[in-house]
Design a protein around this ligand. Structure first.
Ligand code: SF4
Ligand code: SF4
Ligand code: SF4
Length: 228
């Protein structure tokens, strides 16, 4: 899953660093852009040149994370622009939480329920603190949040933090993809698969101009930019 032994050890070092309040402040000063303490900053790459829109990634996400069928944490969307140009020229984009380094969904939350985990960079929800006000849904420029029909709290992709990741496995969508279109790992570990992939390919991220600093990267399909 691209989380190397070096990255794991560095992560433990980061936890020790964060345990000391003075070091915590220093770490935040050193890295004011992300406020990530330590050396784990999880991200994902979706390779549009490989994705065949089989949608196999969606079902295990629902199953592992107990997401009801009427809502979803991720989607695979057909880029219809190019289908119109050439019926054989289809390509697909992933829609899910971007795990922004500077997440507006966190900034607007009045209860502290929406937060970014400083040890992993994962943006998540404290469901026991969420009052279902929907501020975070309105603030998310990527429109990936929803109210869970059963808990009535905000929900979205959390990189399977409580399920697969907690069990030492890659996220469910990554594990199932039959064409290896998804790569997950520590962006701050230059030896990780994801860091090497990003360094070796031309990638893009959505809505960078908003200053959200998203951690979902895309390798553009061979037919060019996304329109509409
Ligand atoms: S499982 Fe892989 S190929 Fe299928 S839709 Fe998801 S990312 Fe694309
Ligand atoms: S994509 Fe939306 S929900 Fe995810 S971290 Fe960014 S603002 Fe928050
Ligand atoms: S990482 Fe987990 S929660 Fe996020 S989309 Fe993939 S399977 Fe769903």
């Amino acid at each position: 899953m691209g989380v190397s032994r070096r990255g794991f050890i560095m992560g433990i070092g980061g936890a020790a660093l964060a345990a000391n309040p003075i070091n915590r402040i220093l770490a935040e000063v050193i890295n004011p852009q992300t406020l990530v303490i330590g050396n784990i900053r999880y991200g994902m790459v979706h390779d549009e040149t490989k994705c065949i829109c089989c949608r196999a990634c969606i079902l295990p996400c629902h199953r592992e994370n107990k997401v009801p069928a009427e809502v979803t944490r991720l989607d695979s969307l057909d880029n219809g622009t190019y289908r119109e140009l050439n019926k054989n020229s289809r390509q697909f984009v992933r829609k899910s939480c971007q795990h922004c380094d500077n997440p507006p969904c966190v900034a607007v939350c009045p209860t502290g329920a929406s937060y970014k985990d400083p040890k992993t960079g994962i943006v998540d929800v404290h469901h026991d603190r969420c009052v279902g006000c929907r501020y975070c849904l309105a603030a998310c420029p990527y429109h990936v949040r929803f109210i869970h029909p059963l808990s009535k709290t905000a929900d979205k992709c959390n990189f399977c933090r409580d399920t697969n990741l907690a069990a030492g496995k890659p996220p469910a969508c990554v594990a199932i993809c039959p064409v290896k279109a998804l790569t997950f790992g520590n962006l701050d570990d230059p030896d990780s698969d994801i860091a090497k992939l990003i360094a070796s390919k031309t990638v893009y991220r959505n809505k960078l101009y908003l200053g959200t600093s998203p951690k979902l990267y895309h390798i553009a399909g061979k037919f060019g930019e996304i329109r509409g």
